[in-house]
Design a protein around this ligand. Structure first.
Ligand SMILES: [Zn+2]
Length: 254
C-alpha cells in the first residue's frame, strides 16, 4: 500500500505538469480535491507500480494530528513528464468511500507521517490471488516464478517456442480472434479473420477445416490434408421456411 504524506496546501509553480493550482492538504478540501491535488507527481519505482493496489493519503487535521484523509483503489500509475525530473508518476484510481474495507480500516485513523512523500506500507489488502490460477496469495500479480510457468504452460499447448511464435504472429497478423471462448467445443475454437483482398470472412478450425463466407453470399469449405464430406446443402427460397434444393456431395482429396 502506498502512503502519501501530504504537507499543508500550497500553490503550485506556474506550468504544473498536472495542471494543478495547489498541492498539499487543507481540512476543508473534499476527497476529490485532495485526490486531484495530490495524486502526483512522485518517484514511484516500477516494481511498486506493478505491486501496489491501494494508496492512502494523510494530512494534518484541524486538531493538529496527522490522520488518513483519503483512500484510493489504484487503477494504474501513469508517467508524468516533468522538466528536469526523470520518471515521475501519478496515481489514477477510484476514490473509496465508507463501507470499503480499506476506507474503513484507514480513513480517519491517526498515522505517522513520513519524511519521504511516498512510502510503502505492508498491508494484507495488497494481497491478491496469483494470476496463474494456483490459488496462492501474492503481493504482486504472480507468486515469483509463476508468471514464467504460466507462460510456458501456454506455449506447450501450442508446441515448441518456435511453434508458439508462428502461431502467435499468424493469429495477430490475420487479425484472428478466438470466438466462442467459453463454449466447450469438441472440435476446438475457430479463429475468425477478414480478407479484404478476396472479400471474405474466414473461420479456421484447429483440424484444418476452413469456412469462407464471401461478401456476395458464396460459401467455400476447405479441409487441409483431408476429404470434405458435405452431407447436406439446403437452399431456401425467400419467404419459404422449407428447403427447395438439396445437395449431398463428397469431394475426394485431389
Ligand atoms: Zn501461481
Amino acid at each position: 500500500m502506498i502512503h502519501i504524506t501530504m504537507g499543508a496546501c500550497r500553490p503550485c509553480p506556474p506550468g504544473d505538469p498536472l495542471n494543478r493550482s495547489t498541492y498539499g492538504f487543507a481540512p476543508e478540501m473534499t476527497p476529490q480535491e485532495i485526490y486531484e491535488a495530490n495524486r502526483g507527481y512522485y518517484a514511484i519505482g516500477s516494481e511498486a507500480e506493478k505491486r501496489e493496489r491501494y494508496a492512502i493519503f494523510s494530512g494534518i487535521g484541524v486538531d493538529g494530528e496527522r490522520v488518513v484523509v483519503l483512500a484510493v483503489d489504484i487503477d494504474k500509475i501513469v508517467p508524468v513528464q516533468v522538466p528536469g525530473k526523470a520518471s515521475r508518476k501519478a496515481i489514477e484510481g477510484r476514490i473509496l468511500e465508507a463501507g470499503h474495507p480499506v476506507y474503513d480500516t484507514y480513513v480517519g485513523k491517526p498515522i505517522e507521517g513520513a519524511r519521504n512523500p511516498v512510502v510503502y506500507l505492508e498491508s494484507s489488502f495488497d494481497l491478491g490471488r496469483c494470476k496463474c490460477g494456483c490459488g496462492e496469495v501474492s503481493r504482486s500479480s504472480f507468486v515469483p516464478g509463476h508468471d514464467q510457468r504460466a507462460l510456458h504452460e501456454r506455449i506447450a499447448q501450442i508446441g515448441t517456442v518456435a511453434d508458439f511464435i508462428d502461431w502467435f504472429d499468424r493469429t495477430l497478423n490475420s487479425g484472428g480472434e478466438t470466438i466462442g471462448q467459453h463454449v466447450d467445443l469438441r472440435h476446438g475454437q475457430p479463429q475468425a479473420s477478414r480478407n479484404d483482398q478476396w472479400d471474405h470472412d474466414k473461420y479456421d478450425w484447429p483440424n484444418g477445416l476452413g469456412l469462407f463466407l464471401y461478401d456476395d453470399g458464396r460459401i467455400k469449405v476447405e479441409l487441409k490434408d483431408g476429404t470434405v464430406a458435405v452431407t447436406d446443402v439446403s437452399n431456401y427460397a425467400s419467404g419459404n421456411s422449407r428447403r427447395s434444393a438439396h445437395v449431398i456431395a463428397q469431394f475426394a482429396r485431389a
